[in-house]
Design a protein around this ligand. Sequence first.
Ligand SMILES: [Zn+2]
Ligand SMILES: [Zn+2]
Length: 115
Amino acid sequence: MNAEPEHIAISKSKGIRIDWKDGHHSEYGLAYLRDECPCANCTGAHGTAPRKSSYSAPSGPFPMYTPRLKMTQVEPVGSYAIRIEWSDGHNTGIYSFDHFRKICPCEECRGVAKK
Ligand SMILES: [Zn+2]
Ligand SMILES: [Zn+2]
């Protein structure tokens, strides 16, 4: 897939919105992006258990407790990705535009692009 963004709107307290060159629009909430972090730690590529969904789907004895999540820094990586630094200190996630496009949460993409 060749995913090229036409326009990227970043709100550190809300999330990221991308208008794609092919006319598609994607909106990503903060918790969703954090959960979809593609780095080795988060995906378990190093053999550690993936840590998933601690924000969007809190489970355990304190379901009301959700840390207030924000992006503290967002910077471009070349022309193919952006690196997001989170208020929880996590900063190794490099989100390529291919990744963004793949995790587009809209109904169309969720419905069609099921893995
Ligand atoms: Zn990560
Ligand atoms: Zn979509």
